[in-house]
Design a protein around this ligand. Structure first.
Ligand code: FES
Length: 150
């Protein structure tokens, strides 16, 4: 009988290398991210090296290696947003919240993600806080939004 979430997940699959992505999706749905010890266990179970698993998981933006924050910040760095200052938006978040892309603040309040395109390029540069989209951003506007959150 299964006694841990990961054992329950193992019972749902055949344990073949082709199971990797659905297994990672299950693990992330249970834990909210991909914990290191779960990845080690999956590596032994599916007989895929940890490096290979990291390679696959980092390819897909859906996977996270650290617990996610309560609020999700996303800065668009698609072409339109990049040329209109997307990188400067990232720098503002880094300075204001001491937060790098792919990380979560120490208090667990925010995580930050760089995204390729949010599908509203005419409104570039674009930034999102949870489900809210902020269009035609500037460094000052973003600083103001982050300050309001504190
Ligand atoms: S490039 Fe940013 S929304 Fe498309």
């Amino acid at each position: 009988m299964a006694s841990s979430p990961i054992e329950t997940i193992e019972e749902e699959f055949k344990g073949e290398p082709a199971d990797l992505i659905p297994v990672l999706q299950k693990v992330q749905s249970v834990y909210g991210y991909l914990p290191q010890d779960a990845l080690s266990r999956i590596s032994r179970w599916l007989k895929i090296s940890e490096n290979e698993i990291y390679g696959v998981a980092t390819f897909y933006a859906q996977f996270h290696f650290t617990p996610r924050g309560k609020h999700h910040l996303r800065v668009c760095l698609g072409t339109a947003c990049h040329v209109k200052g997307g990188e400067q938006m990232i720098e503002v978040v880094k300075r204001r919240l001491e937060l790098n892309p792919g990380e979560t603040t120490k208090d667990g309040k925010y995580d930050l993600e760089r995204v390729a395109c949010l599908g509203c390029c005419a409104l570039a540069p674009v930034f999102t806080l949870d489900t809210k989209i902020y269009a035609q951003m500037s460094v000052l506007k973003l600083q103001g939004i982050l300050d309001e959150q504190k």
